[in-house]
Design a protein around this ligand. Structure first.
Ligand SMILES: Cc1cc2nc3c(=O)[nH]c(=O)nc-3n(C[C@H](O)[C@H](O)[C@H](O)COP(=O)(O)OP(=O)(O)OC[C@H]3O[C@@H](n4cnc5c(N)ncnc54)[C@H](O)[C@@H]3O)c2cc1C
Length: 453
């Protein structure tokens, strides 16, 4: 048997392997039955997926990083920095990076799209790792194999940094047709560039009436961003001279962060535009009647941006890693070392982590540098002391020129409560143009760090 055909799993073995994967590729039984019938297509598709990905031969311990966001990009770079002998492969289903941070102020034309957009090829070349444009679809932890749309990749260490997915069920949307309708017509704009672009078009085409925005409950992505987005939407309406209001429905009892600053901004600049409604526990969305329902009220809208609560990216559950006790489908990981409990070869970082840190880019970036050091130390049989991630977040309040507020915070572990809490918080709720520029400089510095050497 040739080496190539030996490496190739046949379709039956692939299905068996899939079922046996330690929380591996979840092959839907009804799809598998369908496959049995569609004899022409299935062997080709599954045959393709079950062979080894054609990658350069590993030149050291291979570390595969899934997800080229703020966490994965930083990990790939610093894994190489802390251990140049690592063979690092960064995998993303997208072929270019468009930043979520700064996208709200981009909607209000305070920066251009080029500012947000960066090349994975540059990042990989400048930092000496391999970038693979593919999607991770399964995991065999026993054999240390990651299944991807390019084929199987063996790893010595695996880092999952796939970000978040939305959990529409938590706003009463269970029907897939309705969820799809919301995703297309009222996108949340907290996960992909396409959603963010659609929202910019929405804001620039809105011709009056009620523009509804929502703030989810739970530990959602970027605590301040929905409030910042309300300011940007109102600023755009003001600039365009549109008669209408931004109805900000918050599932929380109060503004979650920089509350005094946002309240003052809503009153001082957008008093005639922003209507803020706290404790609006959304229980249903009436897509035909264009209304959002809570247990007590119904809020009609002309157009909307509906941000539902979030969960760890779906692959965490699909790979059988989600902790059944976790409301946001996060995995049980070591709170200080980030490895999956019981498996020091698999790590989970960024917004998919289970620690209650702020789901933000700076948190993901500072944490990833630390986790890269943890993995490099593990490969040498060593451990390093825990370091807190750093949360840093600038929020645009006014435009032309951009004026922002900021917060910087660390975390400490509360032994009695067995959880983390904020530590050393520096809050600046007095927005000004200098902080506006500082926010852009912050982002530029981190893009430079992730994409250049
Ligand atoms: C509007 C907005 C404003 C924000 N403002 C700020 C801010 O001012 N400051 C701040 O610090 N943070 C901010 N954030 C939050 C920040 O964007 C996130 O916290 C950060 O992106 C998290 O990084 P991550 O690497 O965990 O996830 P992501 O950056 O989402 O990266 C995850 C990557 O995984 C990839 N992926 C997922 N599944 C797979 C798979 N199966 N196979 C291959 N690839 C996969 C995705 O394509 C994606 O590229 C903001 C976010 C938004 C939406």
């Amino acid at each position: 048997m040739s080496k190539k055909s030996k490496n190739r799993l046949d379709r039956r073995r692939f299905l068996q392997a899939s079922a046996a994967l330690a929380g591996g590729v979840a092959v839907n039984p009804s799809l598998a039955a369908e496959d049995e019938k569609s004899s022409l297509m299935a062997p080709t598709v599954l045959g393709h997926l079950s062979r080894r990905a054609e990658l350069p031969k590993a030149r050291g311990a291979r570390v595969v990083v899934v997800g080229g966001g703020w966490s994965g990009l930083t990990l790939a770079k610093y894994l190489k920095r802390f251990n140049p002998d690592f063979d690092v492969v960064l995998l993303d289903r997208k072929d270019q990076f468009v930043s979520c941070p700064i996208s709200n102020v981009w909607m209000a034309d305070q920066v251009d799209l080029e500012f947000l957009t960066h090349s994975y090829v540059d990042a990989a070349r400048n930092n000496d790792y391999l970038f693979v444009n593919a999607m991770a679809i399964g995991l065999d932890r026993e054999r240390r194999l990651l299944a991807t749309t390019m084929g199987l990749i063996e790893y010595d260490y695996l880092v999952l940094a796939p970000g978040i997915d939305y959990d529409y069920g938590r706003i009463g949307v269970e029907d897939p047709d309705q969820e799809h309708y919301l995703r297309m017509h009222y996108p949340a704009g907290f996960a992909s560039a396409s959603e963010i672009m659609a929202i910019k078009h929405k804001f620039n085409q809105f011709d009056g009436g009620t523009l509804l925005l929502t703030v989810p409950a739970g530990n959602y992505r970027c605590m301040a961003a929905p409030y910042e987005r309300a300011c940007m939407a109102a600023a755009i309406m003001k600039k365009r001279g549109i008669q209408g209001k931004v109805l900000l429905l918050d599932m929380n009892p109060d503004i979650r962060i920089k509350a005094d600053g946002f309240k003052k901004a809503f009153e001082d600049y957008y008093g005639d535009i922003i209507q803020y409604e706290p404790s609006a526990e959304i229980s249903a969305v009436d897509t035909e009647g264009k209304a959002v329902e809570t247990d007590f009220d119904s809020y009609a809208f002309d157009d909307a941006v509906i941000y539902p609560p979030v969960r760890a990216a779906r692959i965490i559950e699909e790979f059988g890693l989600a902790d059944p006790a976790s409301a946001q489908f996060e995995a049980a990981i070591d709170l200080f070392k980030y490895n999956l409990v019981g498996d020091e070869r698999v790590y989970i970082t960024g917004d998919s982590r289970s620690q209650p840190f702020s789901k933000s880019g700076n948190t993901a970036h500072s944490e990833a540098r630390y986790v890269a050091e943890v993995i490099a130390a593990h490969a040498r049989g060593k451990e390093i002391p825990w370091r807190s991630p750093q949360t840093m977040c600038f929020s645009g309040v006014r435009i032309d020129p951009l004026e922002s507020m900021s917060i910087i915070a660390f975390y400490k572990y509360d032994e009695a409560e067995k959880t983390f809490e904020f530590d050393r918080v520096h809050l600046n709720e007095r927005w000004n143009p200098r902080a506006g520029q500082a926010g852009l400089a912050w982002a530029e510095g981190l893009y430079r760090d992730m994409f250049y050497s």
